[in-house]
Design a protein around this ligand. Structure first.
Ligand code: 2IP
Ligand code: CA
Length: 319
């Protein structure tokens, strides 16, 4: 998977490098989104056919032609599509075609328990989370170590595998293209694993809540603002923040599924904030297909259940 995500990183970087080829910022971002999503769909199709993503695979080039970007086994077909999309820019079309059709080397020692690949699995892909950061990417640090407020480091590729019949997230992958880093984890039955090295625990009084800059929620956790739903979840996964709190319906299943599965692999999770505050029990986000695609009730992402319990107590008005 690591080698594979290098392909996603490189597609992101190639397109970012050639952004002057596009009439609008939106176009170069959409092409990166569509290419990564359709590459993942093509390569995983014979493994897990239900690949769903934020984007359609339609693209409009600088002369207004509508082009359907479909990855097949034939690199020449890809090359022709990309020449059309990239106004005949041969170097960019060739570099992207080579990346998309690169032979995937499977890293044998990543061979975990045989996860039975069945019809009951589906994938949410967010080919580029932190769109604004990918397009405008002005890097800004926060007052907290290892947490950027904005910039290209906040852009991530998010892949989440979930069980269709239970709506439970099982396997998650996060790629930070502009850090060339990649993280994964899974929680399948009793088997939990994560590739992430966790930062050391903070004192209760030093605990950090990472928030969207649009968030007005108050808690006794120290607040830090950062861009990117995927990036904020990653900071909780790594232990650089303790909880990610979101009270607004501004994220979707493709933003949360992958990070949620990795947090489960660490013994943590992602609560539906509204349902957890309204009811007696804490309620985890679900990926059941009748739940819609928006995380309507907001998010409480956590690595340690004690931190989630403290947030719920506080936000329910009890300390
Ligand atoms: C966005 C992205 C934004 C986030 C928004 C997500 O996904 O993660 O950064 O807003 O909620 O839906 P914020 O930065 O305020 O957390 P995308 O970039 O894929 O649209
Ligand atoms: Ca997103």
């Amino acid at each position: 998977m690591q080698f594979y995500l290098t392909i996603c990183s490189t597609i992101c970087i190639i397109i970012h490098y050639h952004k002057n080829l596009f009439r609008f910022f939106q176009d170069f971002k959409t092409l990166a989104d569509v290419l990564i999503q359709e590459t993942i769909r093509h390569d995983l199709a014979n493994l897990i056919p239900h690949v769903k993503g934020e984007e359609t695979n339609k693209f409009e080039n600088t002369i207004g032609e509508k082009i359907t970007v479909e990855i097949t086994d034939d690199p020449d077909v890809t090359h022709q599509i990309l020449l059309k999309v990239l106004a005949n820019n041969e170097p960019a079309a060739k570099a992207l075609t080579n990346e998309i059709h690169k032979e995937i080397q499977v890293n044998e020692n990543l061979n975990f328990a045989d996860i039975e690949i069945t019809e009951n699995l589906a994938i949410w892909v967010d080919p580029i989370d932190g769109t604004q950061e990918y397009i405008s990417g002005i890097e800004e640090v926060s007052d907290f170590p290892n947490i950027f407020k904005s910039g290209l480091k906040c852009a991530t590729v998010l892949i989440g595998v979930y069980e269709i019949n239970t709506g439970i997230p099982l396997i998650g992958v996060i790629n930070q293209p502009f850090e060339r880093k990649f993280y994964y984890g899974f929680s399948i039955g009793d088997l939990k694993y994560s590739s992430v090295e966790i930062a050391s625990e903070r004192e209760e009084s030093e605990k950090i809540a990472i928030l969207s800059s649009s968030e007005s929620l108050k808690s006794t956790f120290k607040p830090v603002f950062a861009a990117g739903a995927g990036y904020k979840s990653l900071k909780v996964i790594e232990g650089h923040a303790d909880v990610y709190l979101l009270s607004k319906p501004s994220t979707f299943k493709w933003d949360s599924c992958g990070p949620h599965a990795i947090l489960r692999g660490l013994g943590g999770g992602m609560l539906d904030m509204k349902r957890s505050l309204e009811g007696e029990e804490m309620v985890e986000l679900s990926y059941l297909e009748n739940e819609g695609t928006c995380n309507e009730g907001g998010i409480i992402a956590y690595r340690r259940i004690e931190d989630a319990e403290r947030v719920v107590r506080e936000l329910r008005g009890k300390n």
